[in-house]
Structures are given as C-alpha cells and as structure tokens.
Design a protein around this ligand. Structure first.
Ligand SMILES: [Zn+2]
Length: 273
C-alpha cells in the first residue's frame, strides 16, 4: 500500500496539472459514471491529501474522495490521451494533461461535511500544514499497545506505512515492542519531527530514503540497495542483512498483520524506562 508521501505527491501532481482549469471527466469503466458526469466541465479548485486519502476539489460541496487501497493506481500523461481501457474508473482530461485512476478502494463524490468527517476520524498527518503531534501523543501516551502498532494506526497518526514506521523507530533506537505509554515525550517529539522531514523528502523525490549521509552507499563504499521500492533504508526488508550501524543481523516478525523489521542491538528492549 502506498504511504502518505505518495498520496501527497499525487495531490501535488494534480494541482500542477489541473488547478484552476476546466476538467473533462469520464468513467470508462462505468462504476463512477454518475459522479464523473457531475464534475465534468467543472474547474478543479485544489487537491489535497490527509494520510492515505486524496481529495480533489471541484467547488463547494463537490469533492472526489479517493483511497487507492492495496491495488489502486493513478497515472498521468499528456492530452489527448490514448483510448481508455475498461479498467479506468476515472479519467480527468484538461489543459494538455490526463490522469487515469484504476482499481481504487474508494472513488466517491462527497460533500464538505462528509470530507470533514473523514478528517475527524484520522490522526494528524505530519505532511499537512499546521498539524502537530500533540493529538497523536495524547493517544500514544495512554496506550498499552506497542509503539510499532500505534504508528500504523491511521486514527493515531495518518500517512505512516510499514517502511516509515520501521525506519523511524530504527533512527531513534526505539524498541518496536515498547508500549506507547512507556515512550517519553521527548522521544515522541523527535519521531514526529523526523517523520515530517523524511516524508517531505519522500514527496520531493517520490521515494523513501531514510539513511543519514554517512550511511549512503557512496559514504560506506557498499553496493546500492536493490528493491522494487527503490530508496536507501536501514532495516525495511533487510532481514538477516547486517545492520548499517552495528553489523548485527536485522530481524523481522509479524506485528499488526504487517512485517516489522528492526535491529535488536540498536533498538534494545533493555532501553525501556
Ligand atoms: Zn544495529
């Protein structure tokens, strides 16, 4: 599943191509035909993201709410576009560009109030302007749940996925099994600030890189990572490989239905207060 930086990048991609422009909208697959007809010929005011939710604005009370889920894809190209395949749920065309949405979990036309309700049930998103980690801290500091599970709970903090959760805990030397209520406030503030910085870089580069300058392949004289997700990371999907800091083998285990990755030496359970 894409992490929050990907959805914020898609919002930016929509704004760059379509903001302030009249859009033609169709649903070649037919499943969003009624919704597409209602925004066809409208101007896209804005596009924004909150966690893994994307919102395309077409004036008062007209938002297209998109959640890609596990299999959804959004692709861009120039206009006029090629004939659509029947898997395209929503095609937007305008001003020399087109965007094709395929296979989303959600693609629905919603009102301002319905959009507000979605924001209200999501935790703060480190990539949204004006958000801070206080609301997340109030939940984390009261919870017996592990900090690794809390970081993936979209009601606690929105947009963090499996890669950022593993990497940010490694970068701060925190045991992933530490209960939320045993995390210190200064540790949380550092995690929040680091997530915001890492995810902003993720939006910019459209990939996840989490290693510090001294641990890049060039700095360490090691081969670059080979993985379909691209970037340089410390522990994500590096099971059994030597930790870039201490050389110990990176471990993995299932937690909250997702694989967790960590270094037992750099993130010791003994570090619990
Ligand atoms: Zn280590």
């Amino acid at each position: 599943m894409p992490e929050g930086h990907t959805i914020h990048r898609l919002a930016l991609d929509h704004r760059e191509r379509f903001e302030g422009r009249t859009i033609r909208a169709t649903s070649p697959q037919g499943k969003f035909a009624a919704g597409a007809a209602l925004i066809d010929g409208a101007v896209m005011d804005t596009a924004e993201a909150h966690g893994k939710h994307l919102f395309l604005g077409f004036g008062p009370d007209r938002w297209v709410h998109i959640h890609l889920g596990l299999f959804g894809k959004l692709g861009f190209g120039t206009a006029p576009p090629p004939p659509p395949t029947d898997t395209v749920r929503l095609r937007l065309t305008g001003h020399g560009h087109h965007a094709d949405l395929r296979g989303p979990t959600t693609c629905a036309l919603i009102t301002d109030a319905e959009k507000r309700a979605i924001h209200d049930r999501l935790g703060p998103d480190p990539l949204r302007p004006g958000e801070d980690g206080d609301r997340a801290w109030r939940r984390i500091s009261r919870s017996r749940t592990t900090v690794a599970a809390l970081l993936l709970d979209q009601k606690v903090i929105a947009g963090v996925g499996n890669v950022y959760r593993a990497e940010v805990l490694f970068r701060h030397g925190i045991d992933p099994y530490l209960p939320g209520r045993d995390l210190r406030r200064d540790q949380w503030d550092a995690i929040w600030a680091d997530l915001a910085a890492l995810m902003r870089e993720g939006v910019r580069n459209n990939r996840i890189d989490t290693v510090r300058p001294e641990h890049t392949p060039e700095a360490m004289g090691r081969p670059p990572r080979v993985d379909d997700h691209g970037g340089e990371v410390y522990v994500y999907r590096r099971t059994g490989a030597p930790c870039l800091l201490c050389g110990d083998a990176v471990r993995t285990a299932g937690l909250a239905a997702r694989n967790l990755f960590w270094c037992p030496t750099c993130q010791p359970a003994a570090a619990r207060p």
